[in-house]
Write a protein that binds this ligand. Sequence first.
Ligand SMILES: NC(=O)c1ccc[n+]([C@@H]2O[C@H](COP(=O)([O-])OP(=O)(O)OC[C@H]3O[C@@H](n4cnc5c(N)ncnc54)[C@H](OP(=O)(O)O)[C@@H]3O)[C@@H](O)[C@H]2O)c1
Length: 313
Amino acid sequence: MVHAVVATAWGGAEVIEVVEVPAVPPGPGEVVVAVRATAVSPFDVKRAAGLIGRDPAALPLRLGNELAGVVTAVGPDPTGFEGGRLAVGDAVLGQWLDGAQAEEVTVPANALLHKPPSLGFSEAAALLGSGTTAAHALAAVGLAEGDVLLVHGASGAVGGMVAQLARLGGASVIGTASPARHERLRAAGVTPVAYGPGLADRVRALAPGGVDAAVDTAGTDEALSVSLDLVAAPRRIVTLVNYGAAEAAGAQWIGPGGETERIRPAAREDLVRRAAAGGLAVPVAASFPLAEAPAAYALQAEGHAGGKILLLP
Ligand SMILES: NC(=O)c1ccc[n+]([C@@H]2O[C@H](COP(=O)([O-])OP(=O)(O)OC[C@H]3O[C@@H](n4cnc5c(N)ncnc54)[C@H](OP(=O)(O)O)[C@@H]3O)[C@@H](O)[C@H]2O)c1
C-alpha cells in the first residue's frame, strides 16, 4: 500500500485526506515512480470542489498531475517521452499524470522526461504545468520581439512563467500583482502594476506607446475588460480562466483539448533544457509533507501563494 491524496467529497481543504491505496505493478509501457515532489495546482482545488465534474462514482478522487521522482520498477517497453527506454534509478519528471499526489505512482513511461541533475526535484515538479501553459498562451497571442505584453497575475505560477518566457522572447512585460510582490517582479525585469480600480489608466501611464497583447491568468472581469480597452486586436488577448466572456468579446481562451494536446507537449523539452541551464527560474512558494496536503490545498485556494505549491512525499 502507498499513501495518496484524495478528495473524499466535493469541497475545500476539509475534504482532502491522505489515505492508503494499493501499489500497482507496471504493465506494458508503464513504470513505477517514487515521487519526490508533486504540485498542488488551482486545477486540483477546482477538481476537489466539484467544478470540473461531480460524478459520485469518482469519489474518493485521486488528485494531482505533475511530479518529479525516481523510477523504481519498469514494465515491458518502458519508452520515455524523449524516445529512449527508462530504467530503474532514472530521475524523471512529468505532467498529465492522474493521481500524482502520492508516495508512488504507476504511470505511462511516455509521459516522463529525464530530469537533468542540475534541476532539483522540487523545481522539476513545478516546471511543466505552468511552463507549458505559458508557452501556449504566448503562442496564442503571437508574441513577437519588441511587443509590449500585459500579464494579469504576473506574481502567480503561470503568470510568472509567461512573464519570463516573454522577456526571453524580447518583449517588454507589464505585470499585475498585489503590491507586496512588486519588488520581486521588478527584479525579474517586469514592470509591476497593482490590479484593482484604475488599472487601465495605470497601465496607459506605464506604456504610452500602447499594449500589443495581453495574457490573463487572473480570470477577473477587470482583467478582460482592461485588456480589451488597451489591446487594439482582441485576438491578441488570451485568458486561461474567463472562457465565455473572452469568446463573446472576440478574444481567445486556452484550456483542455484541441491545440493544447499538441502545443504543450511540444514545449516540454525546451523548458527542461532552459530550467536546467539556469535560464528559467521556477518559483516554488511553499512545500508541505504529503501528510499536510489539506494545508497545501487551503493555501492554494486563497489564490495568492506567489508561485507553485508542492507536496514532498
Ligand atoms: N486554461 C488552462 O489551460 C490553465 C492552465 C493552468 C492554469 N490555469 C488557471 O490559471 C489560473 C492561474 O493559475 P496559477 O497556477 O498561476 O495560480 P496562482 O499561482 O494562484 O496565481 C494567481 C495570480 O492571480 C493574482 N490574483 C489573485 N487575485 C486577483 C484579483 N482579484 N485580481 C487580479 N489578480 C489576482 C495573484 O496575484 P497576487 O498573489 O499578487 O495577489 C497571482 O498572480 C487558475 O485559475 C488556473 O486554474 C488554466
